[in-house]
Design a protein around this ligand. Structure first.
Ligand SMILES: Nc1ncnc2c1ncn2[C@@H]1O[C@H](COP(=O)(O)OP(=O)(O)O)[C@@H](O)[C@H]1O
Ligand SMILES: [Mg+2]
Length: 348
């Protein structure tokens, strides 16, 4: 019988604190608007129990996530995790089988066209018209969005500059390199000046140099305030680009956070990588398992020793009489997080 009274008084107290807090902000001379901006993250996409079923198979199995304006959000997971299925639901080209999905507060099934008008999409497979020129691909895409010709012309020039394809504007798409085609697809997705850009595996199949050029352009978009959602199975890509990411595996989200938070929560600061002669590996595993304050993972070609202090662990390895062929101390990465959460490697 005391409960209602306690609840009521708690409510009054909370309400009573508000003016005091505002005074404090004034005291710090922080403009009221700024305080609001920090407090009210604008949620652009909200998913609850989002599911995609193909026959009996649950490709996306009840996932929850939120995307906030201005951030770079990633889905990191191996092939078959359900990343593209999720992106296609966000892009309003594949209806959810269950759960809730809101994009700009709208429902993708009923409001698909209004949502798509505010999204840019870079699908996993390039869908460029290879018989047209670079410039024509952008012109035609701009027409889909009903943009005026002079607007398209101005944006095309600016976007081809941005993706460093201005010199190829009048060349056919067919002979372009994979990296150039990817950059052209990114330029094409930007023609409507979308609020959210969806990128499904933006650098898969590209060589390291071409990947870095794409990363650089995506980083610039982020700095210009474009909200990015990307999928990748490259842990270095997720680490480089994402403010926040979810680790996805077999249709489910295994963990969520910034790269740094995920590493802190699911791995150790350092990893000692050891290789042994094949006939010594088994004995090494037994001895390493007895070391204090470490966790080990046995891979096909090496043993990973998870530890706060790689040097100390290496000294312990020597003390127990083991002589590795090679040893390497490195910092933990998202690959280690994935291994810990799923028992498998990401890039196999
Ligand atoms: N149209 C479809 N019909 C049947 N199965 C599908 C279809 N699309 C995807 N899948 C299956 O769903 C799973 C997740 O696929 P996908 O979302 O493409 O994963 P990812 O993009 O992470 O590699 C895979 O096992 C895939 O074979
Ligand atoms: Mg995919």
């Amino acid at each position: 019988m005391d409960m209602p009274a306690e609840g009521a008084s708690g409510h009054t107290e909370a309400a009573g604190r508000l003016p005091e807090e505002q005074e404090t902000y004034e005291g710090l001379s922080v403009p009221a608007g700024m305080v609001c901006d920090v407090a009210e993250r604008e949620v652009l996409i909200r998913a609850r129990g989002l599911t995609k079923v193909f026959g009996q198979f649950r490709a996306v199995d009840g996932i929850d996530f939120e995307l906030t304006r201005g951030e770079v959000f990633g889905f990191l997971g191996p092939n078959g995790a359900g990343k593209s299925s999720t992106m296609r639901m966000i892009g309003c080209v594949s209806p959810p089988s269950g759960g809730e999905l809101r994009i700009f507060g709208l429902d993708p099934v009923n409001d698909g066209p209004s949502i798509r008008a505010r999204l840019g999409a870079v699908p996993q497979e390039d869908t460029l018209d290879v018989e047209l020129t670079v410039r024509e691909n952008l012109l035609i895409y701009g027409r889909y969005f009903g943009l005026r010709r002079d607007v398209i012309k101005e944006r095309t020039a600016r976007l081809l500059d941005f993706v460093q394809l201005a010199e190829r504007a009048d060349d056919q798409v067919e002979p372009l390199s994979g990296g150039m085609k990817r950059r052209l697809t990114i330029a094409r997705s930007l023609i409507s000046e979308p609020e959210i850009l969806l990128l499904d595996e933006p650098t898969t199949g590209l060589d390291p140099q071409a990947r870095h050029v794409v990363w650089d352009r995506l980083y610039r978009l982020k700095q210009q305030g474009v909200t990015l959602v990307l999928t990748t199975h490259y842990m270095d890509e997720a680490e480089q680009l994402c403010d926040r990411l979810v680790v996805m595996d077999r249709g489910k989200i295994a963990a969520e956070g910034s790269p740094r938070e995920l590493i802190a929560a699911h791995s150790t600061p350092e990893v000692l990588e050891l290789r042994f002669r094949i006939d010594e590996q088994e004995q090494a595993v037994e001895k390493l398992a007895d070391l204090p304050d470490v966790r080990i993972e046995v891979l096909a070609d090496r043993i990973l020793v998870y530890t706060a202090d790689g040097d100390a662990a290496l000294a312990d390895v020597g003390r127990c009489g083991l002589e590795p062929l090679t040893s390497l101390i490195r910092r933990s990465s998202l690959e280690d997080v994935f291994l810990r959460l799923t028992g498998r490697r990401l890039e196999d």
